[in-house]
Design a protein around this ligand. Structure first.
Ligand code: IPE
Ligand code: IPE
Ligand code: MG
Length: 251
């Protein structure tokens, strides 16, 4: 099935060879390499995170225009608290400021925001800015933007098990389906494509449960320099893969 481009990014995607009828529905991104990018420019790591935020607003807009329905990004892992205090507090301030600064633009572009992670452990000004973003965009109907903050994949599975016990589930009630409904974002389909920037070939505890059959794309590009051509390359590679889900043919 061929599709007509609805906007300039779709036109460029078509020219790049992307099939608009077979886009990944849910894209997940491990936005890595902010620190390395900053260090390569002789800048403070926090400048790298600020540039990373600029990249993120562009990639969100790009993904929405392209036609991706859900975008999940790893903003701060449950393990990132191990970093030096000034980097952690700088990141928390950046996240709070960005959440407040972006609210109006997100409303105007009809983006629905969800926060994924142990939100209750996020220090208060940042937590409030994030939950406001989630509440105020809750009725938007455009792309769903899932921000993983204080997120750990194993922590999410632990929390799902705790919820199962709290809800009185018995061993017979436990199944892949029932546990899936207890994850942080049960209504969101599993990611089809997982992108990691800055070259590291690992998951770093991201979406351990949900990404069981995600197609992986790793680019050497550091996150602050990730752009349209990298996104197109990821989608093209995704479209050239054969997804078999354990069977012998394309599912
Ligand atoms: C990713 O960039 C952003 C966060 C983890 C918050 P890094 O800060 O991990 O950048 P590198 O890996 O040190 O280059
Ligand atoms: C993963 O990157 C977390 C985020 C991108 C927020 P890290 O830089 O923390 O991962 P490791 O330490 O290289 O595994
Ligand atoms: Mg890193």
């Amino acid at each position: 099935m061929s599709m007509v481009a609805a906007n300039p990014i779709q036109e460029r995607a078509l020219s790049a060879g992307i099939d608009l009828s077979r886009l990944p529905v849910h894209v997940a991104v491990i936005m890595d390499g902010n620190g390395r990018w900053a260090e390569s420019q002789g800048l403070n790591r926090l400048v790298g995170h600020t540039e990373g935020y600029r990249t993120l607003s562009k990639v969100l807009a790009m993904s929405a225009d392209l036609g991706v329905k859900h975008l999940t990004v790893y903003g701060f892992s449950a393990e990132n608290w191990r970093r030096p205090g000034d980097e952690v507090s700088g990141l928390m301030t950046l996240i709070a400021d960005a959440a407040m600064a972006e609210l109006q633009a997100l409303q105007e572009s009809n983006v629905r925001v969800r926060i994924s992670g142990r939100v209750e452990e996020i220090p208060s000004p940042t937590r409030e800015a994030l939950t406001a973003l989630e509440t105020e965009t809750a009725s938007n109907t455009g792309i769903e933007f899932i921000l993983a903050i204080n997120y750990g994949g194993r922590a999410e599975i632990v929390d799902a098990c705790r919820a199962a016990i709290a809800h009185g589930l018995t061993p017979d009630d436990i199944s892949e389906e029932s546990l899936s409904t207890l994850m942080y974002c049960p209504a969101v389909p599993d990611p089809d494509l997982m992108i990691r920037t800055a070259g590291e070939m690992r998951w770093s505890n991201f979406l351990i449960w949900e990404a069981a059959y995600a197609e992986l794309f790793v680019t050497q590009t550091n996150w602050p320099e990730f752009g349209e051509s990298d996104l197109f390359e990821a989608v093209l590679q995704f479209q050239n893969r054969t997804r078999k889900f354990g069977g012998l043919t394309e599912a």
